[in-house]
Design a protein around this ligand. Sequence first.
Ligand SMILES: Cc1cc2nc3c(=O)[nH]c(=O)nc-3n(C[C@H](O)[C@H](O)[C@H](O)COP(=O)(O)O)c2cc1C
Length: 216
Amino acid sequence: MELLEAMQARHSVRRYTDEKIGADVADALRAELDAINAESGLHFALFTDEETGFAGKLHNVKNYIVFAGSGKNLDERIGYYGARAMLKAQMLGLNSCWVALSFNKGAVEKLMTLASGEKIVNALAVGYGETQGNPHKNKPIEKLCSCDGEMPDWFKKGMDCVLLAPTAINQQKFVFTLKNGELTVKAKLGPCFKIDLGIVKYYFEIGSGKTVFKAE
Ligand SMILES: Cc1cc2nc3c(=O)[nH]c(=O)nc-3n(C[C@H](O)[C@H](O)[C@H](O)COP(=O)(O)O)c2cc1C
């Protein structure tokens, strides 16, 4: 499965079957997390067959990725690189659900060896879902982007991907603007809005082929 297909196929899944994640899939996902950690300086970790992190949250989550890290612009970096990890999980045939609240941060903290200054920001439930989930509703496109003149093809392709991106409570509080040839992305205040910003920048880059995200 390619990235674009993964974006289209991915929806939040909150109920999981008992099917275990095989060693080959876990290894491939860990390899991607290692690559992300090396590139970003973040601290992403996969836990499999672990029951405490999501006990009482969602349904039957026993596998999850922890998104932790430190430093400047942390939320946006977590969003950007978390999106990459989430789509890799989808490409490996896994379902997922990004969570800010629906996990036991305290329990997960006991399992993670965090370096000084690092904190757990969010987590991603992964596994084999009871269903594949459903597409979310989108705001009208004119609320999410604006463009002076005719919309270039690359911008449209970027926005087509952005419409597929998860955001906290599906708030979609961002605007992509192309004015006088300059591309800007602004986020409006809301829960986890900076994390959402990183996620939608990742999606836009995949669709458009342009660079939008800056680590600092
Ligand atoms: C930053 C962030 C935090 C989220 N936190 C939660 C959460 O705590 N619990 C939950 O059930 N879903 C959570 N979600 C999932 C969103 O509700 C979901 O992505 C959104 O409704 C869009 O649906 P979709 O993922 O199916 O496209 C979160 C998503 C994001 C991006």
